[in-house]
Write a protein that binds this ligand. Structure first.
Ligand code: TPP
Ligand code: MG
Length: 551
């Protein structure tokens, strides 16, 4: 079977429905193969970074592999940043790149789109993926595809396959076991004896604890454990927080959910409760500075259990080859002491000031977004990097809605394209929270929404620039961005636009947006000196950190 046809059939077998890409002459044959009748649905956007973020948003929201197809060099290199983000935050992405054929490589001339060497792009992707291969051997091609996809799934990280243009029609043998395989992908398996022991020791510590506490991290979401984690939390009866990166992995309106933990920058009741805990159960929490509020964990190791990265640390004991799925499922099968703590959800928002005929503050925007979400089912909030990444921590999505953000890699530009991909995969309407600076990076991809039948609501907080840095940058003009006519652009691009400066205007615009079938951009004017409560804390802490490091 031609390699190109094998790839299409293989991706369909594992449940891939969409392919995100931009063609080029070195990939066009492969690209067209995917788009054949009965092939995959091809989604093109304007710029490869948008394409990469869209595939990442699709993968995050659906739990399936996001597939991108780009041309060699100019396209592949343009895709590096989103793929790096997927690597950091453990999102399964398959990058397919074209490349020059064998004969043209033998000519001895440089080939267009080439950087340093023909292999340079492969080497770059080796740094950013769990597996990166060139399909240059027809005999091994099918197996290489299979191994790469299995690695992507097992590790929940991107993988890379380079297919030179003369390989697309090349017939390849497909081994029997791949033909007979049912298309099911599997996560890594644990050592059962170690799982048993880790679970028994955890249960014993839990039984002895008087004030246990659970933190839910991103691995629980990537390894599809939401239902199990919820059942476990209910059996334990202890408060649950999520990390910055895992916001949305535990239902925000669950009675045991206390809010988002971000180390010492958390809402004071969370800081106090974690300090008082005599046992902290960390499920799938990556140890990142963002998750921990720029400070090493305050939780001492002898009163914590960490399950992440295929191992479980119970106090000072380390169990290797214990993956989080088996650990959580194991805990569901043993007797656990039940605690009955009453938990109060908390955030960082001060109460909203009275009156609606007044200028908007960032906290008003958050109150209004929460008010909007309270009354409605089925929205997916997508928070951009910048002030909105921290502001978003105080947004509460109820009744089964979702939440997506790059809570660790924190690249600007994820918001709008990530939301497009998420809506394509799930059908859930996104509400994007973006700054004006971030919108100017990839926000114009919203112009693609009508073509693909998508209709996100994008709230652009226009504070005149990259203002999250304003408290620490003396020359404010270095942070300026031009003032785009966001609402008018939205109208010109086939959506609707609103420009609001007051609380009542924002409330009305959001209500109207909910009734509007097309995409909507709501530009909200806020002062350049205004920031969300968590950003204020974060910037102050990181400035202290920087001074200490520099001293
Ligand atoms: C791709 C990328 N470049 C640069 C940064 C550094 N950065 C973080 S926030 C920010 C400014 C964000 O500005 P805006 O989107 O207007 O949000 P604001 O903080 O003003 O609300 C910058 C430049 C980044 N995170 N990602
Ligand atoms: Mg801004």
């Amino acid at each position: 079977m031609p390699l190109g046809d094998f790839l299409v059939a293989y991706l369909q077998k594992i449940g891939v429905t969409h392919l995100f890409g931009i063609p080029g002459d070195l990939v066009i044959r492969l690209f067209l193969r995917f788009g054949r009748r009965r092939g995959l649905r091809i989604i093109t956007l304007s710029h490869e970074p948008g394409v990469g973020f869209a595939a990442d948003g699709y993968a995050r929201a659906t739990g399936r592999i996001g597939v991108v197809c780009v041309t060699y060099g100019a396209g592949g290199h343009n895709m590096v940043n989103p793929v790096a983000g997927s690597y950091s935050e453990r999102v399964p992405i398959l990058v397919l790149s074209g490349g020059p054929g064998e004969e043209e490589r033998k000519l001895g001339t440089l080939i267009h789109h080439q950087a340093k060497e023909i292999e340079s792009q492969l080497r770059i992707y080796q740094e950013l993926t769990c597996a990166a291969r060139v399909l240059d051997d027809p005999l091994a091609a099918a197996r290489t595809v299979h191994e790469t996809v299995q690695a992507i799934w097992r590790e929940q990280r991107p993988g890379y396959l380079e297919i030179h243009r003369d390989m697309v029609e090349r017939p390849i043998p497909v081994p029997r076991e791949i033909l007979d395989w049912d298309g099911a992908l599997h996560f890594a398996r644990s050592d059962e004896r170690r799982v048993d022991e880790a679970v028994r020791e955890t249960a014993a510590r839990f039984a002895a604890a008087r004030r246990p506490f659970t933190m839910v991290g991103i691995e629980t979401f990537r390894f599809k454990l939401q239902r199990e984690v919820r059942a476990l939390a209910e059996r334990m009866g202890a408060p649950v927080t999520t990390t910055v990166l895992a916001k949305g992995a535990f239902p925000m309106d669950h009675p045991l959910h206390m809010g988002v933990h971000i180390g010492p920058l958390s809402p004071p009741p969370i800081v106090r409760r974690v300090d008082r805990a005599d046992l902290v159960l960390n499920l799938g929490t990556l140890l990142t500075d963002m998750n921990l509020g720029s400070r090493p964990p305050q939780i001492t190791r002898d009163r914590s259990i960490w399950a992440v990265g295929g191992r479980v640390n119970v106090s000072y004991h380390t169990y290797t080859d214990v993956h989080i799925r088996d650990f959580v499922r194991g805990l569901l099968h043993v007797r656990l002491r039940r605690h009955r703590e009453r938990v109060r959800y908390c955030d960082n928002l001060p109460p909203q000031a009275p009156g609606v005929e007044r200028r908007l503050h960032v906290t008003d925007v958050l109150h209004e977004v929460n008010r909007f979400l309270r009354g409605r089912r089925g929205f997916m909030v997508v928070a951009e990097s910048g002030d909105m990444l921290f502001a978003g921590l105080d947004v509460r999505v109820e009744r089964g809605g979702g939440y997506l953000a790059q809570g660790y890699y924190a690249s600007m530009g994820f918001g709008v394209p990530g939301a497009l991909g998420a809506q394509l995969g799930t059908g859930v309407r996104p509400l994007v929270l973006s700054g004006d600076g971030a919108f100017q990076m990839t926000g114009p991809e919203i112009a693609q929404a009508p073509r693909h039948g998508l209709n996100p609501i994008v709230l652009v907080l226009n504070n005149g620039g990259w203002q999250i840095f304003r408290p620490v940058v003396a020359r404010h003009e270095l942070l300026d961005v031009p003032n785009w006519p966001y609402a008018r652009l939205a109208e010109a691009w086939g959506g609707r636009g609103f420009r609001v400066a007051r609380v009542d205007e924002l409330r009305a615009a959001l209500a109207e947006a909910a009734r509007t079938p097309s995409f909507v951009v709501v530009e909200a004017l806020v002062s350049p000196t205004d920031l969300s409560p968590v950003s204020r804390k974060y910037i102050a802490a990181s400035a202290r950190h920087g001074r200490r490091a520099g001293a």
